[in-house]
Design a protein around this ligand. Sequence first.
Ligand SMILES: *Cc1c(COP(=O)(O)O)cnc(C)c1O
Length: 392
Amino acid sequence: MISAEKIIYLDNNATTQLDPAVLEEMLPFLTSRYGNPSSGYRFGSQVRSSIDLARERVAGLLGCEPAEIVFTSCGTESNNTALQSALQLDPKRRHIVTTAVEHSAIRAHCEQLARRGCTVTFVRVDRDGNLDLEELENAITPQTAIVSAMWANNETGVLFLVEKIAEIARRKRVLFHTDAVQAVGKIPIRLRDSPINFCSVSAHKLHGPKGVGALYVHRRSVFRPLLIGGNQENSRRAGTENVAGIVALGKAAERAAEMLGEAQSRVRALRDHFEQEILAEIPDTFVNGGRETRLPNTSSLSFAGIDSGAALLLLDQQGVCCSAGSACRTGSLDPSHVLRAMDLSEERLRGSLRFSFGRFNTETEVEKVIAILRRTIEKLRRLSPSPEALSV
Ligand SMILES: *Cc1c(COP(=O)(O)O)cnc(C)c1O
């Protein structure tokens, strides 16, 4: 097995390292504090208090009320729950408006709904990855059940103006959901007084464990649960709580709130330094996505004349973890639907790599990766000259 000490992890949009403080907080709930939070005795009710604290911490990070937080098993479940809830409210509303660049946790679900009789509009993006808000507004009809647009794109880091989109949806009296899995902990979020109805969160993208997430449900939004059973989570999500996971998400949220300044300054500085050096040292390199309205931690780059699959292999041999397009597509030759939606050339699609930084990355690591990447891209270009180079 490859040990964590030997790698440089620049794939923080795929998952993140568990914060040791989070592990410490969750461990007792996997050992001695195993009571069921629904039990009446103190051994259970004390566990319930820990869940309440976690709810307050997550609400703190999102700028909302604790009662508006529903814990789920992951970001995917949160996304599924929001769409399914909206579709249950009115049988005449069988239309969904979403975007062409959503994570598969929205996209594949919408494609399946389309096969089952719903209609779905995937609003396009421009070459910078930005939405045309007028096109989005025109896509909303009286049959639209919900509009769903991600806050931050997992591949490019491009940010959508979700508050504006939510405003448009509200004016048209349609529910709005945002997949904020990549945004939470990286940029300031304040859901209080916002027109957003639903907002998805995942713990493992903010230095928490895998397998736990949350869905923000605005206190005045009508909501139908996805899982039916016991009355956990105020009857909004049945199933005995993943206590250790929930406690961990709470701690991760608290840490993320404390570290938000650092995420926005130190992590941004690492990303910016990396990107500037790469652009300066490696010719024919391009940044994918508008550089202005972007997450502070993400750098999606295209290197002309290389194949990203081959690059990943060589980088892996040198201990560098990054990704080509979306992590879910590794092993498939399908170019990323996000970059394709941005209408990039075949060459740019083929040579795209995503580097995503986090608070555990260091300047030394970034310097190492810059050197490794320069050598690797040179080698690949020597091995397989670009079509233009062949034709001269
Ligand atoms: C990772 C991710 C998800 C899925 O979250 P899980 O907790 O892994 O199910 C959803 N949306 C975006 C944008 C993501 O990056």
